[in-house]
Design a protein around this ligand. Structure first.
Ligand SMILES: CC(C)(COP(=O)(O)OP(=O)(O)OC[C@H]1O[C@@H](n2cnc3c(N)ncnc32)[C@H](O)[C@@H]1OP(=O)(O)O)[C@@H](O)C(=O)NCCC(=O)NCCS
Length: 334
């Protein structure tokens, strides 16, 4: 008899998933009227066609709350069943209280401890990995992991190299026991702080507190070296994607669905090509939302589930990359 050397799922995984994006959006033609750009340039270089934008009264925790309530309903639990809330975000409502604490209040999760994690676009997968370990350790049952962003608030709307790329949104998952044969098989987290300057928001922290000068110099907006970041992104995503597969004894051809961070269609395509996975197994929705940072993977998962592309028993891989630099991957049986 042939022994199966493949690693088994832990029995801990995603019990419920939900997403929310604000109604308002900007198309590429809208942006043509704001900066020197074109629908053709944006479409060819990024794949993005539109991006959603929070209303002036909406902050990150408001988007997070909507996604959280959907994930909780999908899991068939109540907010008071939550033990922990983890929010991955680069655009918190404020320094403190944490966005997770604001969500805890908003949804009435009175039993839950709450904290944010800062891993930029990799935030949701960092949170998912932490949540799996917490549940596996036996102390907690239900953990809400949210990726939520209002990136349009930190974009320089006069900088065409960044303002066309990002959008607002939130996605959430309830992590808990999902039964034998299901759940997370392997996770991998990584970072390289030496490349942190490629994507950052320079001012407003303790290094460069807000002054009239920092505002005048537009230092409270996203600064990015797109070209270098592009190369680093493909390399990190390919390595992360390969790592959890190798660690678990699987090949990319075994996957039923690959959901990567949605930053740029060319990064997604290059990653998929290099790990050699067939095209129809790769989820893409960057054209619809732009880069929603930590929210992109849970939004994609919720959407894939709704479309019937994410079904019971599927082998699914999630791969993220973001500022920091950070990267992460998760292999699971849905
Ligand atoms: C940003 C990005 C789309 C730019 O594409 P690119 O092919 O690398 O293009 P370049 O940066 O080399 O710029 C090419 C030219 O287009 C111009 N350009 C930049 N943004 C433009 C825009 N919105 N519209 C029109 N032209 C633009 C540049 O000024 C440059 O002009 P030049 O050659 O006259 O100097 C791409 O680098 C990218 O996606 N990087 C990764 C970004 C990312 O994913 N960040 C988040 C990580 S989580």
């Amino acid at each position: 008899m042939r022994r199966d050397h493949r690693k088994k799922p832990s029995g801990v995984g995603i019990k419920g998933i939900g997403a929310y994006v604000p109604e308002a959006f900007l198309t590429n033609s809208d942006l043509e009227r704001m900066v020197d750009t074109s629908d053709q340039w944006i479409t060819e270089r990024t794949g993005i066609k539109k991006r959603h934008k929070a209303n002036p009264e909406q902050a990150t925790s408001d988007l997070a709350r909507e996604a959280a309530l959907k994930a909780i309903a999908d899991a068939g639990i109540k907010p008071t069943d939550l033990d922990i809330i983890i929010v991955g975000t680069a655009t918190p409502d404020m320094f403190f209280p944490s966005t997770a604490c604001l969500v805890q209040k908003e949804i009435g999760a009175t039993k839950a401890a709450a904290f944010d994690i800062s891993a930029a676009c990799s935030g949701f997968l960092y949170g998912l990995s932490i949540a799996e370990d917490f549940v596996r350790a036996g102390k907690y049952e239900n953990i809400l992991v949210v990726g939520a962003e209002t990136l349009t608030r930190i974009l320089d709307w006069s900088d065409r190299t960044t303002c066309v790329l990002f959008g607002d949104g939130a996605g959430a998952a309830v992590v808990g026991r999902v039964g034998d044969g299901h759940g997370i098989i392997s996770t991998f987290l990584g970072s390289d702080g030496s490349m942190g300057d490629l994507l950052k928001l320079p001012a407003g922290g303790s290094r460069m507190p807000a002054t009239e000068e920092t505002v005048r110099k537009r230092l409270h907006y996203v600064k990015m070296e797109g070209n270098k970041l592009f190369k680093a992104a493909v390399k990190a995503m390919v390595n992360a994607a390969t790592k959890v597969l190798d660690d678990s004894g699987y090949r990319s051809q075994d996957l039923d669905l690959l959901v990567t961070h949605q930053a740029n269609i060319r990064i997604i395509d290059a990653t998929a090509k290099r790990i050699d996975i067939s095209d129809e197994k790769v989820y893409r929705n960057v054209h619809e939302y732009g880069n929603t940072s930590a929210a992109s993977i849970p939004i994609a998962l919720a959407e894939a589930k709704q479309k019937g592309m994410l079904r019971d028993g599927m082998l699914v891989e999630l791969v993220a990359f973001g500022g920091g630099l950070t990267w992460a991957s998760v292999l699971m049986v849905w």
